[in-house]
Design a protein around this ligand. Structure first.
Ligand SMILES: *Cc1c(COP(=O)(O)O)cnc(C)c1O
Length: 350
């Protein structure tokens, strides 16, 4: 099926002029900056926080290009993944008219963002083994369907979605397929960022909030064709990534080895948790995970949850989520945290 970005884009977005900031109109070095109504004296703390930050975060993107192997012109940076998710709705979905496909159980933000933007969500539940129902999706598509959100590895189930099924969507759907790879660092699956050239309707989301350990800085990444990235840049708030985040992330990106070490330990600990839980009383089922968490079905899940809270351990109760009945989502902790969790689960069932 042919993909035409110009047709997909909302008319108001296509026709609007983007905000032009002082930093857009003059780029380069000078001795005196009197163009942006900044405080010329400085900021009351060290660091040049009196100046507006780079709207396109070029130094950050340069470094990310080396790490991710994706050209700068194919990268968009957002205030968390939440921002590109919201911008995709605003760029492509006409409120009250267009619709998107969601495949629950999955990440809750897609639906929240759809609701904020008054966009209909059409839900096609994942199968019992949490894979795509391609026929069900095909049945729901119409000319107003603009986006399909796929989370892989999926939150809250942890499993990867079959990449061949995602490719089937990319080939056959004339709208945009968003593949959310927030947990890709914990998976052995290849990232879809390597297929941007092949699929003009692909948007890949990643984040520094999980494996990179920078959730508080709010940096989300979107990878897509130059044309889609240009649309996101056109409609984003001009200074969406603040200077402190840009500086700290720039420094943090030098510590790839530390991050890779944590990933290794986390994957090892995930395996250990699964092994131990698979022979534990009270455990009904464990969903195979490619993420830094495991969805486990327990007998008396809610009571176990309360027991863990009493001991100071907070896990995520997903037992009331359709498809996740009896399920608690356990984030992989440090080895000693995992030992503590395992011990308390054992105590509860003995
Ligand atoms: C945690 C998570 C994110 C990250 O969101 P940020 O806004 O970047 O912190 C994105 N997608 C999924 C599926 C997640 O679980």
């Amino acid at each position: 099926m042919s993909f035409n970005l110009d047709i997909l884009l909302r008319d108001n977005i296509k026709n609007m002029e983007p905000y032009s900031s002082a930093r857009d109109e003059f780029k380069g070095d000078a001795t005196v900056f009197m163009d942006a109504n900044e405080n010329s004296f400085g900021s009351p703390i060290s660091g040049n926080y009196n100046r507006y930050p780079d709207p396109l975060q070029l130094r950050l993107k340069e470094k990310l290009t080396k790490i991710k192997g994706v050209p700068e012109s194919n990268i968009f940076l957002g205030n968390g993944s939440d921002e590109p998710i919201d911008l995709l709705f605003r760029a492509f979905c006409k409120p009250g008219v267009d619709n998107v496909i969601l495949v629950p159980p999955t990440y809750g933000m897609y639906e929240v963002s759809a609701n904020i933007n008054d966009v209909e969500t059409r839900k096609v539940p994942l199968s019992v083994d949490f894979q795509l129902n391609l026929e069900g999706i095909a049945d729901q598509l119409d000319r107003h369907t603009k986006l399909i959100f796929i989370c892989s590895p999926n939150n809250p189930t942890g499993n990867s979605i079959n990449p061949l099924d995602i490719e089937t969507l990319l080939v056959n759907f004339s709208g945009i397929v968003v593949v959310d790879e927030a947990y890709i660092n914990y998976s052995t699956q290849a990232s879809f960022t390597h297929q941007l050239v092949e699929f003009p309707n692909l948007v890949v989301l990643q984040t520094l909030s999980k494996a990179w350990g920078l959730a508080a800085l709010r940096l989300g990444l979107a990878f897509a064709s130059r044309d889609i990235i240009a649309v996101l840049n056109k409609i984003k708030p001009p200074y969406n990534i603040n200077q402190a985040t840009q500086e700290i992330v720039l420094a943090a990106l030098d510590n790839v080895e530390q991050v890779n070490e944590w990933i290794k330990v986390t994957v090892h600990e995930r395996r250990r948790l699964v092994e131990r839980l698979s022979t534990s009383p009270g455990v009904l089922d464990i969903v195979p995970s490619d993420a830094n968490f495991v969805l486990v079905r327990f007998e008396r899940a809610r009571q176990l949850y309360n027991h863990l809270v009493d001991r100071g351990i907070i896990v995520r109760d997903r037992s009331t989520v359709s498809g996740c009945e009896n399920g608690l989502r356990l984030t992989v902790g440090t080895p000693s945290e995992n030992d503590f969790l395992l011990k308390e689960i054992q105590t509860f069932y003995s």
